[in-house]
Every structure is written in structure tokens, then in C-alpha cells.
Design a protein around this ligand. Structure first.
Ligand code: HEC
Length: 556
């Protein structure tokens, strides 16, 4: 293959990776791009370096941007060039911010009406435009494939691990004593570039379990919830839709499928209300509000329009909003993740009512803070059926090194403080917040289960089915979407958190469903949602291959 035939998008994205650190430093003295706020600059592109995202962005560019900025991004008249080096020198977060906001006065439209995913895709493409020109013009050799180079990295030191050592059934436990110092290793830029699943590759579960493809061809399948009548609901966030599935065929597929509701703004959280066998509503966490949709058992289509329940802060990073009700139905919980990685909330109004779990009376909702310092529990909230406690799954902060800060799963104490942004995992001060809030030092709760740092822990469920072996009863399953801020990736699996038939965690967890990363380090699948089907099998949504997997127990 000659250089000119080489995928310019792919190779240029690798340059983006390897040079990002330098751009950030170079830019430190400049004024911000179009006066973008600091938080915009820090916002990470969730699709950074993903070839599929850049390709999707190319189509979006052709549809929306090409008419003004030109086919190659060269610009014309008062429409600026996107390939003169300026766009490369600023962060994806800044470009995203400007593209969302636009500048009406100077003739650049606002693209805020496009879903955030599409805006990030177009940013991924635009960021790659100028680089592909320089690398082609200079006819430089392609940069090394970082994903495979990384595989020569030494084996991780337990209890930390990476995808090479994830195996169904392997038990792990991370304790506070295991935490390294901040910056013990460099902060990595290692976002996955999604590839298609090779036909001989399949997710792996422990012996005795079977994995089947339940359904496929979704647009960003995210949270899964089982309705009281056994129907399976899916938030198809990219499409702004909620789907519903019913029944199970002999080969593990739904017997019926339907679109329950559409036209929603990045829906993620789903919760039936009131709790119990006869719900009247499906509450939905859209990125900027909680709405409820009329629902009665058996409905495959919503019988009415969404009603507004509460507004939520939105924008910046962390768009998912998980929703749950207390077992008595008297409290609604909604988790809103931080806008930034680790901004001091005292100085950033964009962080108001974020990095919190909020709560209200669902019949007359006025949100207040229920628990705080929780960087992002937007991926998962749930009530432990055995204890009635609220539990959450949390994405902790980045850029302190490979093995800091652990993500976690924990029960939530009302009024509890979990550290972000000033402290982490007990009385450890974030070095970027030195000297701040000493009065909170001894208030920081150490979570129940520390997970691999950067795993991106998302939805979890408590296993209440009858199909799996008896010692699984009441245990948690949790999806780990997978890291970007770790030299060799970790996560990209579903884990089991044993609750030992007591409803309480001991800090242990084990790998349950693995195999979403290929041996060469490329990623084809990313678990997000987990729920238990009426027959006791486990369903797992995957927004890497845009499908849902079914795990059932067949016995030894
Ligand atoms: C109607 C014409 C038009 C369209 C369509 C358009 N732009 Fe622009 N764009 C402009 C103009 C004019 C500016 C300069 C605005 C300014 O200086 O504030 C601009 C500025 C920009 C900038 C900042 C460039 C710099 O160097 O400061 C970016 C990035 C950008 N556009 C991206 C996009 C993307 C991505 C799309 C498609 C989603 C798009 N534009 C669609 C006219 C357009």
C-alpha cells in the first residue's frame, strides 16, 4: 500500500494522540480559542482517536460544513480555513464548544441542535483534517501503531491489571493501601479505535455459561431495564429512542420488538414508577431533564407524551443521567456527573449541582443534594433489594497516572461526601487542589468496592434470577465500559461483585464477561447496560458493536 492510499484519517489520529501533550503545553500561554471557558478546554472527546467516529464525522461534515468551509477544509472569503494549523493547536473540547455555540454575528451557525455524539464525531474529523494534509504533504512514514506497541508493556503489578490479564472467574481486590502516589506514571492518551468484531471472536464467560447475540444494529445502545412484567427496555441514546423487547426464543432472541418512545434528548436513565408490580410511569433521564412517560404493564408503545419533571444541569463532560426510586417510592434519585475532570467547584459555576446524586419527592419534584463529591454516578444507580440501600457506580478522575484514581461501586450514605474534586478515596488530597477544604479531609467516605482506575464503570444490576448457580443470588453485575487514560487498557468487561448472600460487599470483585479487546489491543465492544431477563439470563448492551449480548447458564 502506498502512502497516498493509506487511510489519512487513521494515521492522522495517531499523530493527534502522540502530540496532544505538546499542544496543551504550547497553548498554556495563549488566550482561549474564541474565548472558550477553561472547562471547555479540558473536556475530553469521548470518541478521541476512533476511526469509526472520524468516518461518521466525515459524512456529517459533508452534509453540514462543506458548503462553507470547503471539501478539504480550506475555507474561502470570510470563512476560515480549518487546516491552517489553528484547529490542531487547540483541544477537541474547545472546538466542540465553538461548534456547539457558533458565532451568529460572524456567520458561523450554532450546531447545538445536532446530538452531542454527532458534534464530537464532526470534531474528530475536523481535528484530523489538517494533520492528514501535513503528513501526506511531507510524505512522512506512518507513525507506529501505538495500540500494539503498548502490548510490550510489562505485566501489571497486582491488584492492578489490564485487558491482557482479564479472565472470567479471576478474583480481584484493591484496597486503599494499594494506591500509588499521584503521577507515579504518566497520564496516558489511549482511547480505543473501534474495529469490527472478527467472526471468530466472541465474548467469554466462566465455564458453564453460554453467550449469545440477543439483538443488534442499534444506534448507541446504553442502559437496560427490565419492566415488572418482564419486558426489556433499552435507552438507545444516540437515536433519542427507547426500545422494548418481549419474550425469548429458543436461540436467545426477543420474540417481539418495538419502539416505545422517540424524540428524546440523549436518554439514558430509565426507572418505573411507582415501584412494584403496577407502574404508571416510565421516568427517563434525558441529558438535561427528567421526564416521565405514561406506562402500563404490557405497553409496547407510549400512550402519551413525555412530561417534564425536573431540569438538570447539562453540557461539558458526562452526559448520562441515571434515575432510580427508593423501594417505598417516596424518593427519586438522579445522578449528574461533573462537567470537568477535576475543576474546583468553588470557582466554576458550571459545576453547580453536578458531581452529585440529587433527590426529590417524585410527586412534587424539587431537587436537592442527597450525596456529593461523586464525580460521575450518571452511569449507574440502583436499589439493593436485600438492604433497600441506594448503590452507585462511579467514574473517578483522570490524569493522575495509570493506577489512580480507582473507579468504584458503593452503597450511598445520605449526606455523604465522596471526595471530588478536593479529595479521593478517603483522606487523599488531589494534588491539583492542594490546601483546599481541609475541613472535609476526615469526611471523605471510602467506597465499598474499589475498581481498576479508569475502567469507566457504568450500569449494574443485582442478580435476582433463578437460572445462575445459587451462590450468584443477590450478587451484582456491573459493566466496565473501558479506559482511555491508562497505558494498557483495562475494563471492557462485565464484572461480578459478590455480596455473599448478605447484601454487603467485601471489596472483592471478579471478571465475568471479557473478550471485547482483541489480543492486539484493538477494541470491538464496550459494555454499558446490564439487566436480568425473566428467564434469569443476563443481558448486556454494548455500544462498541451496537448490540445486546445474552449470557445464560447451562451447567458444567
Ligand atoms: C454558513 C457557513 C458556515 C457553515 C455551514 C459552517 N461554518 Fe464554521 N465558520 C463559518 C464562519 C464564517 C466562521 C468564522 C467565525 C468567526 O470568526 O467567529 C466559522 C468558524 C468555524 C470554526 C473556527 C475556525 C477558527 O479558526 O477560528 C470552526 C472550528 C468551524 N467553523 C467549524 C465548522 C463545522 C464543524 C461546521 C459544520 C458542522 C461548520 N463550521 C459549518 C461559517 C460556516
Amino acid at each position: 500500500m502506498t502512502q497516498s492510499m493509506r487511510s489519512s484519517v487513521g494515521s492522522s489520529l495517531l499523530i493527534v494522540f502522540s502530540m496532544l501533550c505538546c499542544f496543551v503545553t504550547l497553548r498554556a500561554a495563549d488566550t482561549n480559542f474564541h474565548n472558550a471557558p477553561e472547562s471547555a478546554r479540558e473536556t475530553k472527546n469521548p470518541y478521541e482517536g476512533q476511526k469509526a467516529a472520524a468516518l461518521a464525522g466525515k459524512t456529517l461534515y459533508a452534509r453540514n460544513c462543506l458548503s462553507c468551509h470547503g471539501k478539504a477544509g480550506q475555507g474561502v472569503g470570510n470563512v476560515p480555513s480549518l487546516v491552517d494549523g489553528k484547529i490542531e493547536s487547540v483541544t477537541s473540547g474547545e472546538v466542540f464548544w465553538f461548534v456547539s455555540k457558533g458565532d451568529k454575528k460572524d456567520g458561523m451557525p450554532s450546531w447545538a441542535f445536532l446530538p452531542a455524539q454527532q458534534r464530537w464525531q464532526v470534531v474528530t474529523f475536523v481535528k484530523s483534517l489538517g494533520l492528514s494534509q501535513t503528513s501526506q504533504d511531507a510524505n512522512t512514514p506512518a507513525p507506529p501503531d501505538m495500540s500494539t506497541a503498548k502490548l510490550k508493556a510489562p505485566a501489571p503489578r497486582p491488584p492492578f491489571t489490564d485487558f491482557r490479564y482479564e479472565n472470567p472467574g479471576t478474583k480481584r481486590k484493591i484496597t486503599v493501601r494499594d494506591l500509588p502516589q499521584p503521577y507515579a506514571t504518566r497520564s496516558a492518551e489511549n482511547s480505543p479505535e473501534l474495529v469490527a468484531r472478527p467472526s471468530n471472536i466472541w465474548p467469554a464467560a466462566p465455564a458453564g455459561f453460554k453467550v449469545e447475540l440477543y439483538a443488534a444494529d442499534f444506534d448507541e445502545p446504553r442502559l437496560l431495564r427490565t419492566a415488572p412484567n418482564g419486558d426489556i427496555f433499552l435507552a438507545e441514546s444516540g437515536a433519542g429512542r427507547i426500545r422494548v423487547f418481549r419474550g425469548m426464543t429458543g436461540d436467545g432472541k426477543p420474540e417481539e420488538a418495538s419502539i416505545f418512545a422517540s424524540g428524546l434528548k440523549r436518554p439514558y436513565g430509565l426507572a418505573f414508577y411507582p415501584p412494584g408490580p403496577d407502574p404508571q410511569w416510565l421516568y427517563v433521564g434525558n441529558t438535561d431533564e427528567v421526564v416521565r412517560i405514561p406506562y402500563h404493564s404490557g405497553d409496547l408503545k407510549a400512550s402519551g407524551l413525555p412530561q417534564h419533571i425536573a431540569s438538570l444541569p447539562a453540557g461539558g463532560g458526562h452526559w448520562t443521567r441515571s434515575v432510580e426510586f427508593s423501594a417505598d417510592g417516596k424518593k427519586m434519585f438522579v445522578a449528574v456527573g461533573s462537567a470537568s475532570n477535576d475543576d474546583d467547584t468553588d470557582n466554576n459555576s458550571a459545576e453547580k449541582d453536578r458531581a452529585d446524586i440529587l433527590s426529590c419527592d417524585p410527586s412534587a419534584c424539587e431537587l436537592h443534594v442527597y450525596a456529593y463529591g461523586i464525580r460521575n454516578a450518571g452511569g449507574g444507580l440502583g436499589i439493593n433489594p436485600q438492604t433497600g440501600e441506594l448503590w452507585c457506580s462511579v467514574n473517578e478522575r483522570d490524569a493522575l497516572g495509570d493506577n489512580l484514581v480507582p473507579d468504584y461501586i458503593t452503597h450511598v450514605q445520605e449526606g455523604g461526601f465522596y471526595g471530588w474534586p478536593w479529595w479521593y478515596i478517603g483522606a487523599h488530597q488531589d494534588p491539583r487542589q492542594k490546601g483546599k477544604h481541609p475541613e472535609l479531609k476526615d469526611k471523605v467516605i471510602v467506597p465499598d468496592v474499589l475498581l481498576q482506575p479508569h475502567n469507566a464503570s457504568l450500569e449494574f444490576t443485582f442478580y435476582g434470577g433463578k437460572q445462575f448457580p445459587a451462590d450468584y443470588k443477590g450478587d451484582m453485575f456491573a459493566s466496565q465500559h473501558g479506559s482511555w487514560n491508562k497505558t494498557v487498557r483495562a475494563g471492557y468487561e462485565v464484572i461480578r461483585v459478590p455480596l455473599h448472600q448478605s447484601g454487603h460487599a467485601s471489596g472483592e470483585y471478579e471478571d465475568f464477561l471479557t473478550g471485547f479487546v482483541l489480543p492486539d489491543g484493538n477494541v470491538w465492544g464496550r459494555p454499558v447496560g446490564v439487566t436480568v431477563a425473566p428467564d434469569g439470563s443476563l443481558l448486556v448492551s454494548d455500544d462498541g458493536s451496537n448490540s445486546i449480548w445474552r449470557v445464560s447458564y447451562k451447567g458444567k
